[in-house]
Design a protein around this ligand. Structure first.
Ligand SMILES: [Zn+2]
Length: 338
């Protein structure tokens, strides 16, 4: 297993101490990576910025090379323009600069070049306004990846390689979030749009809700930027959790999946309804005539009546059981002779 597959341990500075020796112990190897940025002559040394109590994956100890940046979704921006990011009001962008990035040397285990996504805020030295705000969001999101998204890193969400900073001649103080490359925007009716792909996205969003994570930006047109398709692994991913809610109590009475009807009131969750509509999962049958939905509700109610109040019982447990019932039921219907 290569090193980037394992979160690495490092010494987290003790913020309660004012002794500079304690803040950066001499024996701590300074974690740096050299990044060669498209359009910039010199290579830039970035230092890892520890966040209290958070561990991150370790990027390969290699030269990292970027392509020209984009603003999350737009076409490439010329160097003279993007290096002004945050420097004055004319170039006040509300989102971070996004760079496609790859390691110079192929991974000896896989023969592939490890790819990343870098999100940068420039001119953070100004100490106020958009640069500081975006830098703060990047740090906050990096923390969320450890505190609330740890179980999803490498599957539903990209692995996080931490926050890196640099003092530069080209963009002032730079704050950079380094993430695993997670794929291309998923386009409805595009190359990778299949019934299975849509079902997989629905299952992903449902899984986030099961663990209390409401993404918050799965709304048109944002949803088209935040749902990615990982072509290599053939899996969906979701990115950009800066507006997510992490102790969300989803009030659904049905899982998000395909239905012959459109049981929106029973889904009872704006994000699930919106994602379901976007993925065109719902049919035209009236809900009260959708026997499968009615039966699924009975299964849920029966289990809840029997188990509510028992030690360790949770609503999510009953919803999981209902989902398993629905899956079995559909398999039976499919395999039944016509
Ligand atoms: Zn929900």
């Amino acid at each position: 297993m290569s090193s980037q597959n394992q979160p690495s341990s490092y010494i987290v500075p003790d913020s309660s101490s004012t002794d500079p020796q304690a803040i950066l112990p001499l024996q701590t190897p300074l974690r740096t990576r050299i990044i060669s940025i498209a359009g910039i002559q010199e290579q830039t040394s970035f230092s890892f910025l520890p966040i209290d109590g958070c561990e991150y994956y370790d990027p390969p100890n290699d030269l990292l090379i970027t392509r020209p940046p984009s603003l999350q979704r737009d076409k490439d921006i010329p160097t003279w323009e993007w290096t002004q990011w945050g420097a004055n009001d004319e170039f006040l962008f509300s989102s971070a600069l996004c760079f496609d990035c790859y390691a110079k040397t192929a991974d000896p285990d896989t023969g592939e070049y490890v790819r990343f996504k870098l999100k940068m805020a420039l001119h953070v030295e100004q100490g106020s306004g958009a640069p500081e705000e975006v830098a703060g969001e990047l740090k906050q999101e990096a923390e969320y990846y450890v505190t609330h998204l740890a179980r999803f890193q490498g599957n539903h969400v990209p692995k996080h390689y931490g926050i890196w900073t640099a003092e530069t001649t080209w963009g002032g103080s730079v704050v950079c979030a380094m993430l695993e490359y997670a794929g291309i925007p998923f386009k409805l009716r595009g190359q990778y749009d299949t019934r299975q792909a849509r079902d997989a996205f629905a299952a992903l969003v449902l899984d986030l809700h099961r663990y209390g994570v409401r993404h918050g930006q799965l709304v048109w047109p944002h949803i088209t930027w935040h749902m990615l398709w990982d072509v290599k692994q053939g899996i969906p991913r979701v990115v950009d959790f800066k507006q997510a809610c992490y102790h969300f109590d989803c009030s659904r009475s049905l899982p998000l999946c395909r239905y012959d009807s459109a049981p929106l009131k029973l889904l009872d969750c704006d994000e699930l309804v919106r994602v379901g509509r976007y993925l065109e999962l719902f049919g035209k049958k009236p809900v009260n005539e959708d026997e499968e939905v009615q039966e699924a509700l009975k299964v849920l109610k029966r289990y809840q009546d029997e188990n509510n109040g028992k030690e360790g019982y949770t609503v999510e447990e009953s919803l999981l059981l209902q989902q398993a019932w629905l899956k079995r039921h559909r398999q039976q219907v499919q395999s039944a002779p016509a």
